[in-house]
Design a protein around this ligand. Structure first.
Ligand SMILES: *Cc1c(COP(=O)(O)O)cnc(C)c1O
Length: 389
């Protein structure tokens, strides 16, 4: 069969696609019936309540995106021109860009190999360096990558020692927990994303969480153009248009009803891959520490080509692509991105090596076992001894 035909005959398996519950339309229709087609309304309030109850956070503001949430977090922490913000290097650019929006300097920190997230030792080294220069960092941006909780005890201890607030980028980690506490509730401010590829979606959206009610009220104020209390339009601060629409929030309410099922399905994908591929020499799945519970948003592994008979992650990615299966290299660290080439970096080569050797497999909660089997077969075929005749 020709390559092109093969591609056409096998349906595409996506990395992570939206998975609706069927209940979303009830909330969306209600919004239409009541003409609540606006960036406020009962679904927005309802979603905020659902999120607080689920995550165990005091207060929540539903926003137009996770990026908007991270930006507002930095605005409210007073991050401005010339300030230093310490940020996990191994992440999606949306963690780092808001630092640049504020004219602040992002300083990137390496990962540790146990969770792949920000290394507490490298973090402390960086803090000491900037404190000694009289430039105490304004905030620390910690990420729970692929839904894996970062080493929060150690990170919070370091940040508490120097009294630096943590912005917790939990965009990938809704439903994950650490010591029984849900991610998004650890930082001074936590941020979630409901983009289409995340564990639940509002088609596009995010939320800002905090136990500090005044911070969340301030976020709502800034997110609706910072209007002062006056009959006319009056502004004493720079505002943003960052609120979530009542229609999107309706989708979110339907999704919140199935969040635990979505986490269970993603974790089952991971278990399937680990059971069927874990024996391959040099292939190591993202580790999960004792006391941590990952939502396994994406199932990821690293592959050491020297142990795997010369097969690297790129050979696997291309072989899967030929089978119409989407996979993706792990995040390219921010300190290696052209746009952040001049930014300082603290640490070694942990996240660089994760990027070089790592791959994310299709991980949607809507994948069938037959889809997962196709992925496994596609990978196993690469390691089959070639038949000789
Ligand atoms: C998706 C994501 C974001 C941004 O969320 P959006 O809702 O897409 O703006 C931020 N950080 C991380 C780690 C993400 O994966």
């Amino acid at each position: 069969m020709l390559y092109a035909e093969l591609k056409m005959t096998k349906p595409k398996i996506w990395l992570s696609s939206p998975h609706l519950s069927g209940r979303e339309q009830v909330f969306v229709n209600e919004a239409f019936d009541n003409n609540w087609v606006a960036p406020l309304g009962p679904n927005v309030d309802g979603l905020e309540r659902d999120l607080c109850a689920y995550v165990g956070a005091g207060h929540a503001a539903a926003l137009s995106s996770g990026t908007a949430g991270l930006h507002l977090a930095l605005v409210m922490l007073g991050v401005g021109r010339g300030d230093v913000v310490l940020c996990q290097s191994f992440t999606f650019s949306a963690s780092a860009n808001p630092i640049a929006y504020q004219g602040a300097t992002p300083v990137f920190i390496d990962s540790e190999p146990q969770t792949w997230n920000i290394c507490p030792e490298a973090l402390e080294t960086a803090i000491k360096f900037y404190v000694a220069k009289g430039q105490k960092p304004k905030a620390v941006m910690a990420v729970h990558l692929y839904g894996m909780p970062a080493q929060m005890n150690e990170i919070m201890a370091v940040c508490a020692r120097y009294e630096i607030p943590i912005v917790e980028d939990a965009a990938e980690a809704l439903g994950a927990s650490y010591g029984g506490q849900k991610m998004g509730s650890f930082g001074k401010i936590g941020v979630l994303s409901f983009n289409g590829n995340k564990i639940i979606t509002t088609s596009g959206g995010g939320a800002l969480l905090s136990d500090d009610e005044s911070l969340v009220q301030k976020a709502r104020f800034l997110a609706t153009q910072a209007r002062d209390a006056a009959p006319h339009y009056q502004h004493s601060e720079i505002g943003y248009n960052y609120r979530m629409s009542n229609i999107c929030a309706g989708i979110g309410r339907g999704q919140m009803g199935v969040i635990d099922a979505r986490v269970a399905a993603r974790r089952a994908n991971f278990d399937f891959y680990q059971r069927n591929l874990g024996h391959i020499d040099g292939l190591v799945f993202q580790p999960q520490a004792e006391g941590s519970f990952s939502n396994r948003w994406l199932s990821c592994f690293t592959l050491d080509a020297t142990q795997a008979g010369g097969v690297g992650r790129e050979s696997i990615r291309l072989a899967l692509e030929a089978q119409n299966i989407e996979s993706r290299p792990l995040w390219k660290p921010m300190h290696l991105q052209p746009i952040f080439a001049d930014a300082p970096f603290f640490g070694g080569r942990v996240c660089e090596q994760l990027f070089e050797n790592g791959l994310c497999l299709p991980s949607g909660s809507n994948l069938e076992v037959s889809d997962l089997q196709r992925v496994v077969d596609g990978i196993q075929a690469i390691f089959m001894p070639v038949a000789s005749n």
